[in-house]
Design a protein around this ligand. Sequence first.
Ligand SMILES: *[C@@H]1O[C@H](CO)[C@@H](O)[C@H](O)[C@H]1NC(C)=O
Ligand SMILES: *[C@@H]1O[C@H](CO)[C@@H](O)[C@H](O)[C@H]1NC(C)=O
Ligand SMILES: *[C@@H]1O[C@H](CO)[C@@H](O)[C@H](O)[C@H]1NC(C)=O
Ligand SMILES: *[C@@H]1O[C@H](CO)[C@@H](O)[C@H](O)[C@H]1NC(C)=O
Length: 955
Amino acid sequence: MTMTEATLFVLLQLLVAAGAYGVRAQGGDAPAGAQGRQVVDVGVILDRKTWVGNISWTCIELALEDFYADTSHAGYSTRLKLHLRDTGLDAVSAAAAGVDLLKNVGVRAIIGPQTSTQAKFLAHLGNKSSVPVISFSADCPSRSGLTPYFFRIAWNDSSQAEAIASLVQRYNWREVIPVFEDDDSNIKFIPDLVDALRQVDTRVSYRCKIPPSAKEDDIRRAISSLRDHWTSVFVVRMSNTLALKFFQLAKDEGMMGEGFVWITAYGLTDVFDVVGSPALDVMQGVLGVKPHVQDTVELQNFRQRWHNKYQSENPGTSLTEPTVSGLYAYDTIWALALAAEMAGFVDSDFGLSVTNNGPTDFDRIDASKPAKKLRDSLLNVNFSGMSGEFQIEGKQLVSVNYTIINIVGQKGKVVGFWTPVYGISSSLNMKDGLHTVIWPGDNETQPRGWLLPWNKTLKIGVPVRGGFGEFVRFEDGPKGFCIDLFKEVVSDLPYKVHFDYIPFEDRIGESNGTIDELVYKVYLKEFDAVVGDVTILANRSLYVDFTLPYTESGVRMLVPVLDRRKKTAWTFLKPLTSDLWLGTGAFVVFTGFVVWCIERNEQFKGHPASQIGSVFYFIFSTLVFAHREGMVNNLSRIVVIVWLFVVLILQQSYTASLSSILTVEQLQPTVTNLEEVISKGSHVGYLNDSFLPGLLRSLKIDDSKMTPFDSPEEYNEALTTGKVAVIVDEIPYLKVFLKNYCHNYTMIGPTYKFDGFGYAFPLGSPLTADISRGILKLESNGRMVELQKSLYGDNSCPDKDDSQTSSSLTLRSFQGLFIISGACSVLALTLHAVRTIYGSPHGWSSARDLSLWRGWLVILSKLFHKGGNPSNTPDNEEPTVPVGTSTGDTGSPPEGERTSGREHSDAEPPSFPLLRGHSGRRILSRDGSSLRRRQIEPCNELHGEFMAPEADRSM
Ligand SMILES: *[C@@H]1O[C@H](CO)[C@@H](O)[C@H](O)[C@H]1NC(C)=O
Ligand SMILES: *[C@@H]1O[C@H](CO)[C@@H](O)[C@H](O)[C@H]1NC(C)=O
Ligand SMILES: *[C@@H]1O[C@H](CO)[C@@H](O)[C@H](O)[C@H]1NC(C)=O
Ligand SMILES: *[C@@H]1O[C@H](CO)[C@@H](O)[C@H](O)[C@H]1NC(C)=O
């Protein structure tokens, strides 16, 4: 028992002991023809000056009439006799009336303490005297539950909390402020409501309590305190009188307008029925929750009769509805009457029970046996009442479904229901959306559940840094990428946000602390947000909510690059690897040999040494397409064409490679990874006031090796002078740095995962989600790319790493070509050999074969003979090759073969459509006739070709 209760009890005892109360029986008369019927006295404590009290009394009277008029109850042996005590609403007079009823009337039950405070005292009194105390309008007066003799003929409040929470969840409101009268009636309901809201992840960060005795100024103050919060969803429960005042003032303050949500809990929802138009006028758009009562014929009948009776007793009233609590009062009487009959009283039950002789009236009140019987049977009463199925569970009525009404115009429109099965729905029997709700401000658009606080200008902290002004800097106000982006996002929001940028600086304009400290100031509510290059970090997110990152994320290394390719006198050899050079050489020799073999008799005549000379001259000249010798034999033509194709490709590749080597710098990073830096013991640079020391320490870099820098200029200087080997920093900073210093530096290394920059807001701020959404929107509509382009520059600096360096051409790349060329040569040689051997009708082939070998020997011996001067110009006048001489002796067959070859060549013009002259200009191939002329005078051939005839040059 609390102090107040104790004091009140003492006061009560004094009052009762002084005998200030006379017995004054009121209420129902003894029923007619009561002979032989047990009268069960029932006390009624109401305040008929209040709506609830007056309505309930009318209902109670009607209930008593109806019950005993009902034919099925005609034979009942008990009759209820009501004793009304019309007290005030205060606890003392109710308690005094209770003592009086118990002591002087000897009631078996007490109905109707109207308020929770009254109920609290009477419940204790009932407990002491074993008399059931039944309330239909008081809310649960204690947190711990009800005493054994206190009943609430009303639904459990907690079930309504669940319905309200479902409604809040249905509309996705993240935060709710309960506004309630700070008295006993909300002692249990508000904690239940908060619990239910928490279950659906809705926050309750503030509760607005209004004392029952609040004056207009107090209420005004409470209302303006609501405006200082971001939340615009309120759940209200207070007495009707207070509520009427409250909503009137809220409307004056502009809080019944667009963007606000008001939900009235049951207990207050009746105010619409009771007060009518004055309440409806100020409460437009309010949502109310009240117990769902099935509309039956009996109920409609009852309503009519109640209305008539109430009208006659209270002329001029505007009340049309008995309200739900009136229906509970009706059902209470029925339940008591049924319970009294069920209790089966006998005469002995009604003997004098006052046996105690204590010093106070309280002591003299004894436990009443018949009342106890009545209580026990009340627990088992079960019938279909006006308010629905009557069944007591946990000393309260079993709650079922709730109706959700919306005040539109002059009536409460039913917009939906809450049922335990389907939750919030527009119908009792299926899951469905709610009907259209008209919200405050006469708008159908669902409020988002929060508003910027009244007259609020957000104080936005902006970091002050020495460098990297591209992100944030102050020059005639804040500028930079972070600010521009924030402005765009905010201007895109569907509502207006006022804000001021406040630089986080000290008196001399330097940063007044670290970024961490700036972020912490948001937690301390000194700033409402931080806009700037603030990296999203786990330890920072303990104090603020970050939006989604708006920059690339990650940490990489910045290192200088050097041109690794030195240009020397021998650079021209670089394009081809040595094996490719050797391979090409080998193929030159091989192809030369094949051509010589085939064309031996036609083109290359004369001294063996001069033959070798001319063969090599010929074949080397093909490398630059400067050869002129016409091929006579088709086989050698094919060999040469394929070879020329190889040469073409080789030459093009060589040219391209050489020019890239000579003109393109091959920039390579001086360092390729951090391990290298660590092992060399070099220093590592990082951005001052960043989280990087932590990262570097985790990478096992000693603190003494870390050097902080402030700006890109310092980065450049430190890297140029070798003060640090690398800079480790976040990618956005490095990209900004590379915008100006792209040429000499590159980003390398693995990307350490970090989240990039985000805007910081207080924990739970509704702006976080909207700003994040805005950032995503800018990203998807391409605006972000434009902003980043202006930040990083148009030409992004390419990564320079090893993979980009061009390497020399290898033999492998030309393998295919060499295989084709080689295969052609071998094939041609074979075909030539076969044709030579089998082509002779006289079988001289063996002799010719022999002479071939002999010819080779002669060539070799001559070579060794001449030794020092192999480059001697071959003598034209010399008799042709000894081989030729020897074969010439044998007569016509070689001649015939030669002729046939020539004829062949006549039929098919040589296949050199385009050839390159000495000077590199393209000239048309010789026509058939010139070829023929040369072939007729073979002896002049070599010589003539070396002299480059006029006709060719002119072409
Ligand atoms: C309560 O709602 C359920 C559906 O969830 C329905 O079956 C039942 O009849 C309703 N009860 C009352 C009393 O309206
Ligand atoms: C309802 O609110 C929305 C958004 O605030 C507004 O665009 C619309 O015009 C309003 N409608 C009415 C009928 O006031
Ligand atoms: C809020 O702004 C209104 C007008 O915009 C002004 O009349 C009122 O005094 C301001 N209230 C506060 C608390 O600044
Ligand atoms: C700098 O920070 C200190 C401590 O946080 C604070 O007391 C001081 O007012 C700040 N200075 C300025 C110029 O804001």
